[in-house]
Design a protein around this ligand. Structure first.
Ligand code: GDP
Length: 192
């Protein structure tokens, strides 16, 4: 897909749905530091749209981006960062679960970003359990694939395959080298 324009619309907090329900959505999840912001930027061909932070765990809202006036990207807060109070973590989890379980639009794709070196963590798996229940499309974007050699890459994908418990599509990706960007857009265009 050619990105003609992409801009940040607003930060969404629990209970405050600032989107047009007619517009298809692609929602991004991931542990802090997996490269979620870098991946969103790579997909939008834009160095600074989603904030790429040196310090993970800053985002506290669902960041809504308007793409070409016919698609939304929703960047959910990164989870699993060690710093921050128990209360803060609970608030982030509530926001993510509210978004997954309590908001509904006719066309939504969920994209979970993983670090290829780390694979699926327990937190990812529990988030996936909520995503399976939506019966909506799930893509696992396996980022930082540039850090692995061929052998490590196939091991990584084998491991992920054994850990998933629902229907997901796997996408090898690198925000750094832009590997997987075209394939991602093909997957999205297949559906919309
Ligand atoms: P976020 O917290 O998930 O949004 O992660 P960021 O996008 O801020 O990235 C976290 C760190 O991972 C940064 O140092 C990035 O430069 C690095 N990073 C992100 N994507 C890649 C990738 O595809 N390959 C490599 N080697 N590093 C990456």
């Amino acid at each position: 897909m050619k990105i003609k324009k992409a801009h940040f619309v607003t930060g969404i907090v629990k209970g405050n749905e600032h989107w047009n329900p007619e517009v298809p959505q692609v929602a991004f999840y991931g542990r802090s530091n997996v490269g979620k912001s870098s991946s969103v930027n790579a997909l939008l061909n834009n160095g600074g749209l989603a904030k790429v932070s040196g310090m993970p765990g800053k985002t506290k809202e669902v960041n809504l981006f308007n793409i070409n006036d016919n698609l939304y990207f929703l960047d959910l807060p990164g989870y699993g960062f060690a710093r921050g109070s128990k209360q803060d973590k609970q608030k982030l989890q509530d926001l993510i679960l509210w978004f997954i379980a309590d908001t509904k639009v006719p066309n939504r794709t969920h994209v979970m970003v993983l670090d290829a070196k780390v694979g699926l963590t327990e937190l990812d798996k529990s988030t996936l359990d909520f995503l399976y229940r939506t019966n909506e499309r799930i893509i696992l974007l396996v980022n930082k694939i540039d850090k692995l050699n061929q052998k490590e890459t196939s091991k990584c994908f084998q491991n992920i395959q054994t850990e998933i418990a629902g229907v997901v599509e796997l996408l090898p990706f690198s925000a750094k080298t832009k590997k997987g960007v075209n394939e991602f857009w093909k997957l999205i265009e297949q559906k919309n």
